[in-house]
Design a protein around this ligand. Structure first.
Ligand code: GLA
Length: 351
């Protein structure tokens, strides 16, 4: 069987919403919504060949409309993660963004790209989503034109390519906010998933989860994932750095060469044998252990999502980069094209 893309109606938000099914013909099936560019479902095989949906979400559009807070599967923009005080300065002008998370602006503001209706076309066996964010949208300068391309490959990978251009200087940090559970969505917590992160440093944060500006070695900290560690191992021991975030919600500075596609993280789930390798061109990885899930949301297969029932591996620039001169720049100027790629490669392990 070869790859295929099909479209179906999926209700209506600010306009009719479509769901696109990307089938690689070899066991991987991704479902993507034009609402928020949401990766709504992702079926991949386990070591016996049985498929399960490995991302958290909802079975109806209404679920996404009623519960934007967890950003399940959504495209995030204009700025993934937090900007301190919702404020930054660019070329001598100070911009104030709406505050929507404690004292910060999170994930592009109260009406981020996760809630927009994207236009879709299929190009060369990929699904191409487009959005134009007008000048001043959520406080950000410049009209930003964004293209995000989802594609699946025969070796069970989901690839996401991002592109953006602007007509005035601005900042941009795009990502996808999928929560994975390799044992299957709704099957319980991810604390036994074993995680490796290709990073020797992370960016420590203050009480509001804003980076202090330091680059801290992971060695001898609970952030050391250079060798595989069960996600729950140090959360369960009540480490103070993790306790204040309720688990992991931190940014790792990836060792791979920024701008080149290189391995960022590897996850294995012992029971199903499913594995996930995340590769990216981005300099950072926000690993979030689903801390704010609290058992009040019913997911795709009708089960409640509790704390730790999914983990997000958000490839992106570091949080609050517009206020941190030592961090890789997120500034985009007219004439430049912002580009990044992330690949989620699935497999199985024998043991
Ligand atoms: C990111 C943030 C978290 C949280 C989630 C969504 O991972 O870092 O603090 O906001 O998004 O709930």
């Amino acid at each position: 069987m070869s790859a295929s893309i099909t479209r179906e109606d999926w209700g209506s938000a600010s306009g009719p919403v479509d769901r696109y099914l990307l089938d690689n013909g070899a066991g991987l099936r991704a479902a993507v919504l034009t609402h928020g560019g949401v990766l709504q479902s992702l079926e991949v095989p386990d070591r016996t060949g049985a498929t399960a949906n490995v991302v958290l979400g909802f079975d109806r559009l209404q679920g996404y409309l009623d519960n934007p807070g967890p950003y399940f599967g959504a495209l995030i923009g204009r700025y993934g993660n937090r900007i301190a005080q919702g404020r930054f300065e660019l070329d001598g002008t100070t911009y104030q963004l709406p505050i929507n998370n404690g004292p910060s602006s999170l994930h592009g503001g109260a009406s981020g790209f996760d809630q927009r209706l994207w236009s879709a076309t299929t190009v060369d066996e990929a699904l191409e989503l487009r959005l134009v964010s007008p000048d001043g949208d959520q406080g950000y300068p410049g009209a930003l034109s964004v293209t995000v391309r989802y594609s699946v490959t025969v070796d069970n990978a989901l690839r996401i390519d991002y592109e953006a251009t602007t007509d005035a200087p601005t900042v941009v940090n795009l990502t996808n906010h999928s929560y994975f559970n390799l044992a299957g969505e709704g099957s319980g917590d991810i604390y036994d998933h074993r995680l490796r992160i290709n990073a020797t440093h992370f960016t420590p944060v203050d009480a509001d989860l804003i980076p202090t500006g330091d680059f801290h070695p992971v060695a001898r900290t609970p952030m050391d994932f250079r060798e595989p560690v069960a996600v729950g191992e140090r959360i369960r021991t009540g480490d103070a750095q993790l306790a204040h975030a309720g688990g992991y919600d931190h940014n790792w500075m990836l060792d791979g060469p920024s701008g080149e596609l290189s391995p960022a993280a590897h996850v294995t789930e012992p029971t199903s044998g499913r594995t996930l390798t995340v590769s990216t061109t981005q300099p950072g990885l926000q690993f979030y252990s689903g801390n704010f899930l609290d058992g009040t949301i019913t997911g795709t297969s009708g089960r409640l999502y509790r704390q730790g029932d999914g983990l997000a591996l958000e490839t992106q620039h570091y949080p609050d980069s517009p206020n941190q001169p030592a961090f890789p720049s997120t500034v985009l100027r007219p004439g430049e094209t912002h580009r990044s790629t992330t690949v989620f490669q699935f497999g199985v392990s024998a043991t």
